[in-house]
Every structure is written in structure tokens, then in C-alpha cells.
Design a protein around this ligand. Structure first.
Ligand code: AMP
Length: 507
């Protein structure tokens, strides 16, 4: 049985040493190079005598070296935690206070920046690490002792209190997830994934490990291209990117600027997977119109369950105003929908809303050094009174449709009480997103004035009356926005999703 993700790299390297593994800024790295560099980092970490299962912070620009560092940390039986080089100092300091890394892998240039943070541990500078002949022999003694419950990484997400939470994930969860992904989507060495997700965001797990497992290419798409859709699509065509796993916001930008009209990807693109936020059917329909033969799949899940736990392969037509299902649980994963009294909502109870809870190997070990928050979110299954069984409460509200597929309704926290009615802000957004002239919108609740404010990404102002007249045909009157505001560019958070907090700050 496989204990560690590093075994994938060992096997793929053995089979295809000279095959391209990573494309980064036009530079190609073979699987031989990938492994050699990762082993060199592992050896350097071992030589530093930091011990095992210790946190290794990775402070680098998104690129191949980051991947060598992740796998290097894993080979040394430690776990990695990427820190965004653009993150403000206040937040980095909060993360460092929790993580207390033994060492940070960075470059000479970035070290100067890192030295401004509150950090007293050691440094490993990438420029100083040269692969040596004995690396494999030295590393093997440690790597051979990895067990599947060892931590592989800790990713920090924002906590509601403003204190970041470090989601700790084991090798086992990633092995389980990637086995499923590669089987379900039939990923092979012929594939080339165009990576959008930053490596500190869990969507990147699919890109990184499904390629390492199968020998496919991971093409790191330059970040700037995501604001220039035509150039982005031309890049994909030029490099033969045939698979993508992006946040819906990135797909929406391409649809909004009608970029598929200019670049024909029909001979290039094979799979379009997305996850992380709602994918409106209006924009998906645009993609489907230009690329009808592509496989589209909506994956759903939070960082705490290793990227994704449900999926829906798009297999039928949807109207612009309809919700795209998040589908059914992945293999070796169980979903419980629990109502307010923790009773099970069954898949035959169409339309009944409950909280999506998850059971399975995909569950994180918990929040790093945060037993209280861990206890709040990872709880005993309330339906099992016989033995210990952990479930993760996602805080997401869902219901079942007539096909017994899960439909995402919204976050519990975006559920508001307005004029005595319980409202999911997401429902208003889904309705408004179906209008042609609304490329992207987001609703926030102004608690002080007790009003629903809808932000629309547009230069021109919209008349609230006009919008509401049309919305009224889709949602109840009490859900109609009290204010409609235009915003030229929707604020996005570091992961590329709509930043609701930034919108609330505008109120
Ligand atoms: P993160 O931990 O940053 O990946 O965020 C996870 C949250 O994003 C989930 O709890 C959902 O609220 C939302 N989310 C993820 N995937 C989807 C999806 N396919 N549709 C709607 N919301 C999603």
C-alpha cells in the first residue's frame, strides 16, 4: 500500500525520466530533474537535523522551485506550508506564530523580505542546494519511514476571528483523493494541466499530484495572463494545455470578455474542471457553446476535506438561471446532509435544506495547534452513538434536486434574516447572474441599515427597479435587493474568488 505521495514521483521518474514534468516561464523540467532537485532539498533538510514531522515554510514565487521544495519536504518526512510572498506582514506574522517553522526554504532575494517578519528559525536558500550523487542514498533512510498518517502539508485559511487556521493534511488524504481524480477523469501521461491556483490554495493539490502520479505535464500559467483572456487562451493553445482546474472566477473572466470567439481551442482543450465557488450556468453555457465536446465538471469542497468531496460531470443542458449541481460524493467519501436538529436529510427529500457534512479519509487531521477550533468543526457523527466517527461540518447549506444530486445553496454565514425571512444571498446571486448584462454579481447584507445590497461588476449604473422587476419573476419579493451598486472590477481574494469581506467594507 502506498504510504507517501513521493512514491508517485519515484515511479513516474522510473518510467519516464526524460518526459517533461513542469513548464515554468517557458522552462521545461523533466521528471529526472524534478526528482533530483527534490531529493537535494530533502538531503539539505536532513543535514540541518531539524527532525521529522516538523513544519517547513516555503516562501517562494509560484514556480517549479516551489514544487521541488514541497516534494523535498515530504521526502524528508516533514510537512510543508507555503506562505504567499504577497501576503501582508501582519498576516504572515500570525501564521508564523502558529506554525513556528523549523526552517524556511526561500531564495537570497526573498530572504531579505522574510527577515522583516517575526521569525527566528533557520533558512535554506535554494541557490545553495546542489544535487549530489549520494542524495538518494541519504534521503532513502528517512523517506522509507514515512507512514500514510504523516502530515504532508498545512495550508492556512482565514479564520472568522481574523486568526488564520492551519489545515493539516496527511499523505493518506492526498493519496486517496488523487487516486480518485486520476481514475475518474482518466488522466494519463499525455495530458497537460494548465495551473491557475496559487500553490497556497488547495485547488492546486489536484494539479500538482495528478500530474506527478501519471507523468502528465504541469504547465504553470503566468498569473498576468488571467486578466488578459485572449492571451491566456493563446498561451494554452501554444503549449497544448488540454486540462484545466480553475476557480469559476477565472472561467467567468474568459466568458465575460468573449475570448473564446478569438481563439479556437476545440482541438486543444479536453477537460474543464472547476471548484471553489459557484459556477453560474450563464458563463458555463458560453463555454459549452464554443467548446461543446469538452468534459466539464463541477467539483466542490473546502480545504478541510482535501480539496474536493463531491463532483458533478455536466451531462445535460441547463438554463442560465438554473443552479449547476455539485453532484454526488466522490469514491470513498460519504456526505451527510443534516438539518437544524441534526437529523439526516435524505436524497429523496427534494428541496429540504441542511448542512453538508463529510465523512472519510479526506478529512484533515485538524487545525494545526488549534484543538478548540478542531473540536468545533470536526465532530462526532451525531447519527452514530456506537463508536467514534469524525465528520467535518462544512458550514455550507445544500439540498437535493429531483435527480438526487446535491445543490449548493450558500454558506451558513451568508444566510440572513431579513424582514423575518431566512434568505440565502447565493439564491439572489444565482437569479441575477442569469441576466445577460450582469457578468458577475455578489450580494452582501448591511446589518446596520437592514438592507440587501447587490454589487454588479460593470462600468454603467443599473436601475434597481429594472433589475428587481426581472428578479421578481425568479425569486420572492422579500429577497429583492434594497440597493444595486455598480463596481468596475469585482474585488477578488488571494485565491481568485470574490472577496465578500472587501465588498462589505464598501458599505
Ligand atoms: P476553500 O476552503 O477556500 O476551498 O473554500 C471552500 C468553500 O468554497 C466551500 O465551503 C464552499 O462554500 C465554496 N465552494 C467550493 N466549491 C464550490 C462549488 N463547486 N460551488 C459552490 N461553492 C463552492
Amino acid at each position: 500500500m502506498q504510504a507517501s505521495v513521493t512514491e508517485w514521483l519515484d515511479k513516474t521518474w522510473e518510467k519516464y525520466p526524460h518526459k517533461t514534468a513542469i513548464i515554468d516561464k517557458g522552462n521545461k523540467f523533466s521528471y529526472e530533474e524534478y526528482r533530483r532537485r527534490s531529493l537535494a532539498i530533502a538531503r539539505a533538510l536532513i543535514e540541518k537535523k531539524i527532525g521529522v514531522q516538523k513544519p517547513v515554510a516555503v516562501y517562494l514565487e509560484k514556480g517549479a522551485v516551489m514544487l521541488f521544495s514541497f516534494i523535498g519536504a515530504a521526502y524528508s518526512k516533514n510537512f510543508y506550508s507555503p506562505i504567499d510572498v504577497e501576503m501582508p506582514a501582519g498576516r504572515v506574522n500570525k501564521i508564523l506564530e502558529i506554525l513556528k517553522p523549523e526552517i524556511v526554504i526561500t531564495t537570497k532575494e526573498l530572504k531579505t523580505q522574510f527577515e522583516k517578519f517575526e521569525y527566528e528559525g533557520g533558512y535554506l536558500l535554494y541557490e545553495d542546494i546542489e544535487p549530489l550523487e549520494d542524495d538518494e542514498k541519504i534521503v532513502w533512510e528517512t523517506a522509507g519511514k514515512i507512514i500514510d498518517t504523516d502530515l504532508l502539508y498545512v495550508l492556512f485559511t482565514s479564520g472568522s476571528t481574523g486568526v488564520p487556521k492551519g489545515v493539516a493534511i496527511s499523505h493518506r488524504s492526498v493519496v486517496d483523493y488523487i487516486e480518485w481524480v486520476t481514475e475518474e477523469f482518466e488522466v494519463t501521461k499525455e495530458d497537460s494541466f494548465g495551473s491557475q491556483a496559487p500553490f497556497y490554495f488547495d485547488n492546486s493539490i489536484l494539479d500538482i499530484y495528478s500530474t506527478v502520479k501519471t507523468g502528465a505535464v504541469l504547465n504553470i500559467i503566468p498569473k498576468d495572463l488571467f486578466s488578459q483572456p485572449v492571451l491566456l487562451l493563446e498561451y494554452m493553445k501554444e503549449w497544448g494545455v488540454n486540462s484545466i482546474f480553475w476557480v469559476p472566477s477565472a472561467l467567468i473572466t474568459v466568458a465575460k470578455l468573449r475570448a473564446l470567439k478569438n481563439v479556437d481551442l476545440s482541438d486543444t482543450l479536453k477537460r474543464v474542471l472547476f471548484c471553489g465557488e459557484v459556477m453560474p450556468n450563464k458563463q458555463l453555457n458560453y463555454w459549452r457553446k464554443y467548446l461543446p465536446d469538452v468534459l466539464y465538471a463541477n467539483l466542490y469542497g473546502p480545504t478541510e476535506i482535501t480539496d474536493a468531496c463531491t463532483f458533478y460531470v455536466v451531462d445535460r443542458e441547463f438554463g442560465d438561471e438554473e443552479s449547476l449541481p455539485i453532484g454526488k460524493p466522490m469514491k470513498n467519501t460519504e456526505i451527510l446532509v443534516l438539518d437544524e436538529r441534526d437529523c439526516l436529510v435524505t436524497s429523496h427529500e427534494q428541496g429540504k435544506i441542511g448542512e453538508l457534512c463529510v465523512k472519510g479519509t479526506c478529512l484533515a487531521v485538524g487545525y494545526y495547534k488549534n484543538p478548540e477550533k478542531t473540536k468545533e468543526a470536526f465532530v462526532q457523527n451525531p447519527l452514530n452513538h456506537c463508536f467514534d466517527e469524525r465528520i467535518y461540518r462544512t458550514g455550507d447549506l445544500v439540498s437535493y434536486n429531483e435527480c438526487q444530486e446535491l445543490i449548493y445553496i450558500g454558506r451558513k454565514d451568508y444566510q440572513i434574516k431579513h424582514l423575518g425571512h431566512r434568505i440565502e444571498l447565493g439564491e439572489i446571486e444565482t437569479a441575477a447572474s442569469s441576466f445577460d448584462e450582469i457578468p458577475r454579481c455578489c450580494c452582501v447584507y448591511d446589518d446596520k441599515r437592514q438592507s440587501i445590497v447587490m454589487y454588479i461588476e460593470a462600468e454603467a449604473e443599473f436601475s434597481r427597479n429594472e433589475i428587481n422587476e426581472r428578479l421578481e419573476r425568479l425569486i420572492p419579493k422579500y429577497m429583492l435587493p434594497n440597493k444595486v451598486k455598480s463596481i468596475p472590477v469585482m474585488p477578488l481574494n488571494a485565491n481568485g474568488k470574490i472577496d465578500r469581506k472587501a465588498l462589505k467594507d464598501l458599505l
